[in-house]
Write a protein of this length. Structure first.
Length: 168
């Protein structure tokens, strides 16, 4: 991912939230998501980061983007551990179920395994059954940890998933 991709990534992320979290996150919050503001945040993170977070994109034939994945060191509270974490994986909603997500997840897990991480964690909205099935088919399993984030004044419960990574 380059700084030039940030507008496309922001569009994918915002539309992805609006699609995946309808009924799970307050609708006024989803309606208020701003692509331009998200692009600015993405660009700042990319340019100001220390290089530990990796971002991969899949280009479309029309010059746009189909999907985006971000991953890096596992954050346990404010502490980085030796494990990896999948921070985000979003697709254009019209490309869900076409293998783009599987390819992005496979690339992310391969990068993390090659970097020597023994396992990878991710957080998924508890009620997002489509995403949970996707990760379970990829070998991730809920490990019993739960948390919540605040969106539009409501707590949104999440569950943590983990997968042991094979090096090679």
């Amino acid at each position: 991912m380059t700084a030039d991709d940030c507008d496309g990534v922001a569009g994918i992320r915002v539309r992805g939230w609006q699609y995946a979290y309808a009924g799970l996150v307050p609708q006024p919050y989803l309606d208020g998501l701003d692509v331009a503001a998200d692009a600015d945040r993405q660009r700042a993170r990319l340019l100001d980061g220390d290089g530990s977070v990796r971002n991969l994109v899949v280009d479309a034939d029309d010059g746009g983007l189909l999907g985006w994945v971000a991953f890096g060191p596992h954050r346990d509270g404010g502490t980085r551990t030796g494990d990896a974490e999948l921070y985000a994986l979003y697709l254009r909603p019209d490309h869900i179920g076409r293998g783009v997500g599987r390819a992005l997840l496979a690339a992310a897990t391969r990068h993390c395994a090659d970097a020597g991480h023994a396992r990878m964690y991710l957080w998924v909205v508890k009620g997002n059954t489509r995403a949970r099935r996707f990760y379970e088919r990829a070998g991730f399993a809920a490990d019993g940890a739960e948390d919540a984030f605040e969106a539009g004044g409501a707590g949104v419960p999440e569950v943590r998933y983990a997968k042991e990574l094979l090096r090679g």
